[in-house]
Design a protein around this ligand. Structure first.
Ligand code: F6P
Length: 539
């Protein structure tokens, strides 16, 4: 078998980077800034209205040059070309990776775009007919509420964008989201819904996901209860799936099923028919602007030299932190209420894509891959988990994502000021002498100063990126999501892994199916005892 994976353990440049990492593990960012007045200028990159400042990373010009050399050695530019050309980069499943075609990037094969456009035309006709009150429920009532039923990649993207746009765009139709097999989520939505006016969108690439099918059956039963068991399913359900046959077997007619191609991975699918709830909520033009933002980022990624290429920079810096400096945690901190669900979205994108431990050829890796990603909206997180960033024992890398509106109220100025202050304070920290000086200035006596000062010390030196972007809009949200998608690609390429399968997830799904069967007994005593206890409580 021909080996195709780039390997960090045999790479010359990675060897150099490991030596540099030994020097830089404890490099003081304060000192780097003090020594170089042009550090921001040197380590920042502008594209369109985006400004990425990565000067608070533990790098110098030598590390930066070697990271770029690593990308050259790994032939990243060839990888990018192969991605857009539709090469079967998902080698375990023998599939192309063409979410860029789902947003109609002109760099992708025309046949793939044509497939997307054909579905888009049908989706637009559906959206128009619902907005015009022409598509009616089974009793002749107009559709006034859409419930999107899906999970993972079939849910997180539309859910994030629904929140992101709700703050600034008029709503054409109410849309709710149900993902969890815990039926209390869907029941709470149904409690506030009118059956005759509700349309369910069943979104599942495989159309075999337990959570989605369970919620679909609950929705069906709820409709049947009030509208009668013989009501036509088609009036209240549409489906988006790659498994059209399974959707039809569930009872949907062909004209109510919208295909998504197998070459659009679930966690990359928000650009495809999976975006239907957004079209329904805000209109097709809004969705087109979102796709246009993604396409603009595609062009930047495909055509910009590596050192000025935002996804490449994010990818290389993440690799440096994770695989060379051994920082295993990444916080995503959008200073924006509309983007509050971005961490959840990126969690799937990054952790499901790059949470791998063998290379593309099935050989074990000897380096760390995707970090544990978490986060939340600023400033809320400042009053919860930032304490650990300041005084905990771990290094964390932080991405501050800061939309800057053209005009800002004093509250918005406060929000943005907080983002910048957090990045600065976490980089600078507070020394023992500074702590003493602060306490003295407050009038504490010498004993009190000595007693308290150690508790005020903050080591600082937490590496961060700050991304300034314009106000959240469909276009800028498209740029942002495509930026992180391509970052994931860059990292997967350099780690030598297949970022586009997710076999691990199957293990837990199979185990759950097996436990549902009363005849099966778990092989370990812990699970067996817990299951026995649960069954006893249900008896
Ligand atoms: O559980 C993992 C996963 O397969 C994700 O990759 C996917 O986005 C999600 O489940 C939902 O899958 P589907 O769209 O097939 O229902």
């Amino acid at each position: 078998m021909t080996k195709t994976a780039f390997r960090l353990d045999t790479s010359r440049t990675a060897h150099t980077l490991r030596a540099l990492a030994d020097q830089h593990r404890h490099t003081s960012l304060r000192e780097l800034f003090a020594a170089d007045a042009r550090r921001h200028e040197r380590f920042s990159c502008r594209h369109d209205q985006l400004l990425l400042d990565y000067s608070k990373q533990r790098i110098d010009t030598q590390v930066f040059a070697q990271l770029l050399a690593l990308a050259e050695e790994a032939k990243l530019a060839e990888g990018i070309r192969a991605l857009f050309a539709g090469a079967p980069l998902n080698n375990t499943e023998g599939r192309a990776v063409l979410h860029t075609a789902a947003r109609l990037s002109p760099l992708t094969p025309a046949a793939a775009r044509a497939e997307i456009s054909a579905t888009t035309e049908r989706l637009q006709a559906l959206v128009r007919s619902i907005h015009a009150g022409e598509r009616l429920g089974s009793t002749g009532r107009p559709i006034r509420h859409v419930v999107h039923v899906g999970i993972g990649g079939s849910d997180l993207g539309p859910r994030l964008l629904q929140e992101a746009f709700a703050a600034s765009l008029p709503l054409k139709l109410r849309v709710s989201y149900a993902a969890n097999i815990d039926e209390s989520e869907l029941r709470a939505i149904l409690a506030d819904s009118t059956p005759a006016e509700t349309l369910f969108v069943l979104a599942s690439k495989s159309f075999s996901t337990a959570e989605t099918l369970s919620n679909a059956r609950l929705a069906q039963a709820w409709l049947a209860q009030s509208l009668g068991g013989d009501m036509p399913l088609g009036a209240h359900f549409v489906a988006i799936s790659n498994n059209v046959a399974a959707a039809q077997a569930f009872g949907l007619s062909a004209d109510n099923v919208f295909p998504m191609p197998e070459w659009v991975g679930g966690r990359f699918s928000v650009w495809s028919a999976i975006g239907l709830p957004l079209m329904l909520a805000f209109g097709c033009e809004v969705f087109e602007q979102f796709q246009a933002g993604g396409r603009a980022m595609d062009a930047h990624f495909a055509q910009t030299p590596l050192e000025h290429n935002l996804p490449v920079l994010l990818g290389l810096l993440g690799l440096w932190n994770t695989s060379f400096l051994d920082i295993g945690t990444q916080a995503i901190l959008p200073y924006s209420h509309p983007l509050r669900s971005l961490p959840a979205y990126l969690q799937q994108l990054e952790m499901e894509s790059n949470g791998k431990s063998v290379d593309r050829d099935g050989q074990a890796l000897s380096w760390q891959t995707a970090p544990i990603l978490f986060g939340g909206a600023g400033t809320v997180g400042q009053h919860a988990y930032h304490q650990l960033f300041y005084q905990g024992t771990r290094s964390v890398t932080l991405d501050f994502i800061v939309p800057v509106p053209a005009q800002a109220s004093s509250a918005m100025q406060g929000l943005i000021g907080n983002a910048l202050a957090q990045a600065a304070a976490l980089m600078q920290g507070r020394t023992l002498d500074e702590a003493r000086a602060e306490l003295k200035a407050k009038g504490l006596n010498a004993d009190e100063v000595e007693r308290l000062a150690p508790h005020l010390v903050c080591p600082g030196n937490q590496p961060s990126n700050t991304l300034l972007m314009p106000e959240v809009s469909p276009y800028t949200a498209g740029q942002l999501l495509a930026l992180y998608e391509h970052k994931v690609f860059v990292q997967g390429w350099l780690w030598g892994i297949n970022s586009f399968d997710q076999y691990g997830v199957e293990l837990g799904k199979n185990m759950a199916r097996s436990l549902e069967n009363d005849a099966n007994t778990p092989s370990d005593s812990s699970t067996a005892a817990l299951l026995a206890e649960v069954r006893q409580r249900w008896a």
